[in-house]
Design a protein around this ligand. Structure first.
Ligand code: NAD
Length: 243
């Protein structure tokens, strides 16, 4: 895929999927603005460190990208947090954090990016939902709810902004070998390498996803190859749908 002349904003750019995506976009010729709490060691054309819970920071990211890179063709809302537990085990802080990062920040970034893209004749937005946004798994009530919310928002925006030449889609991964998954294993007292290998046995393809397996699908959705896709929720699961 050729992204020469294209500009992109990627949130969660220092994370597992984000870092892989930034590398691949740049290798394919895109100029990339990266956003995350810390961006040390992340190579890109523009760096916007900050906290997505800061609403004015999220609101400003699309315009800052367009100013820094000259245009805004692609936005990938990839940042996310996972809070574990049933509703009765969930704190007010879990609620605010999960809604803030997983739903409100992408909402704000899309709301700010869409007019910029529309004025330039179009663009592509890819949101990161989850298989658990399509069918919830156990003991992650708030996380699943936020991923269902961003999936629904993607479908709504996909319909509402297609007439402006803006394609808005979401990728829905199952388990991916990133710090998000590995830190969860470590917190529960499991060795992450053994747990990832064990979990891989439950996937028909024989392994859980690596970050680049997801990044490649995001790249496709952001590219002209996906030119007729609007509001799609693309499940990427190695043959293991959540039951
Ligand atoms: P990750 O933890 O490696 O990366 C997430 C990134 O988001 C981190 O770099 C983190 O700093 C950033 N982030 C979190 N809160 C932030 C905030 N308040 N302000 C700014 N940045 C913030 O996780 P990942 O697995 O690469 O996750 C990427 C996306 O994929 C997430 O939306 C996640 O929910 C989704 N996802 C992951 C899996 C999985 O198994 N890893 C499965 C399905 C969906």
């Amino acid at each position: 895929m050729d992204f020469t002349g294209k500009t992109a904003l990627v949130t969660g750019a220092a994370g597992g999927i984000g870092a892989s995506l930034v590398q691949r976009l740049r290798a394919a010729g895109a100029q990339v603005a990266v956003a995350d709490r810390s961006l040390e060691g992340i190579e890109a054309e523009a760096h916007f460190p900050g906290d997505l819970l800061d609403t004015s920071y999220a609101d400003a990211l699309p315009a800052k990208t367009a100013d820094a890179l000259g245009s805004l063709d692609i936005v990938v809302n990839n940042a996310g947090v996972i809070t574990r537990g049933a509703v009765t085990e969930t704190s007010d802080e879990d609620w605010a954090l999960s809604l803030g990062v997983n739903v409100e920040a992408p909402f704000r970034i899309c709301r700010a990016a869409i007019p910029i893209m529309a004025a330039a004749g179009g663009g592509a937005i890819v949101n990161t939902a989850s298989c658990w946004g399509l069918r919830p798994g156990p003991d992650h009530a708030i996380y699943c709810m936020t991923k269902a919310a961003i999936a629904s928002l993607t479908q709504c925006m996909g319909q509402d902004h297609a007439h402006q030449g803006i394609r808005i889609n979401a990728v829905c991964p199952n388990e991916v070998n990133t710090p998000m998954l590995r830190s969860g294993f470590a917190k529960r007292g499991f060795d992450p390498d053994s747990a990832v290998a064990e979990l891989g046995k439950s996937v028909p393809l024989g392994r859980i996803a690596e970050p680049e397996d997801i990044a490649d699908v995001i790249l496709f959705l952001a590219s002209d190859a996906a030119r007729y896709m609007c509001g799609a929720l693309v499940e990427v699961n190695g043959g293991k749908p959540v039951q």
